[in-house]
Design a protein around this ligand. Sequence first.
Ligand code: AOF
Ligand code: ZN
Length: 375
Amino acid sequence: ASPKLSQAEQQVLDRRFMAAALRLSRKNAGRTSTNPSVGTLIVRDDGAGPMIVGTGVTAVGGRPHAETEALAEAGELACGATAYVTLEPCAHHGRTPPCANALVNASVARVVGAASDPDPRVSGQGYAILRAAGIEVVEKVMAAEASEQMAGYLIRSLKKRPEVILKLALSSDSKIGVEGEGQVAITGEIARREVYLMRAEADGILVGIGTALEDDPALTVRLPGLENRSPARIVLDRQIRLPEASKLVSGVDRVPLYVAACLEADPHRRAALERAGVRFIGTETHEGGVALPELLEDLAALGMASVLVEGGAKVARAFLAEGLVDRIVLFHGSETIGEGGIASPIDANHIPAGFRKLRDMQFGEDSYLEWVRDI
Ligand code: AOF
Ligand code: ZN
């Protein structure tokens, strides 16, 4: 960094480059599991202002890490430069050598980090390696933004469960469907595409058996170029009522389907679905239902860092009641449903305490509101 900068000027610059590194990291979001998608920028200033000399994102599949990519691009120019990393550089010898050591070896002068890494193999040791080598380290720059972007990874590491994103589409009178009418179009085409993108970034999509029977949904990503980005589907179906002829079951050879059932559910039904390729997740009964915390633990153990809960009202209520929702997304359509409509378990005026509004956008005719709570 240029010595001419005041501390305040340096802070503005650091935030600006971290914002850029965070945007860069979005590139592989949803494709690095169980690793988070991290962004790295290598920036140097030879007197004519800061210049980006290396960029890196965690590779699809999780390796190589972002720092390796950025350092390779910067080459010798990394010497004396500042590295902006959206996650604390790793300190462990995993399938790749530690990124903290790579930064030391490249002789960077400063490292600016956003989120700290809760992985017990890192957890402060990445920064410690850098400081021990005489590198200036600035932590927690845009940490809240980084945590929000890496919520799935952080929640899975800290809470041993995936991030739970509750998504609902509401009519203008806050209804989410019509009793007995199957799928009702509440939002338009643009919002529908946005939902596909949300699915493509999630590791799992979860619905209740009510929704599965009513709507016969496929719960896949149907966007040109993203057809193979459909995450696993999960159905809460304690008595195993899901028919073999459902779209969920018939698509099982392309996208995995998990059924969460009670242990005492009909073994013949279970065997029939297993023959069709459906996998069951062992869940203890809990007041006659599927135990959600244990189910989420199982999903995290399968490698899932985020689960999109897409319906219906009962399932949404259950996740909310147990305090298991981390993010709430509401699409608001302009049509009114009226008589016979199913009331939404939640609306914009009744968001639980602890959530803060993150986004307020428009997708065609429909509005989009998103809230998160701190991890
Ligand atoms: C980094 N840069 O881009 C990412 C990091 O299985 P491994 O060896 O790849 O290690 C996984 C851990 O690496 C993961 O839990 C997290 O601590 C860290 N992710 N670290 O320095 C990166 N993706
Ligand atoms: Zn690393």
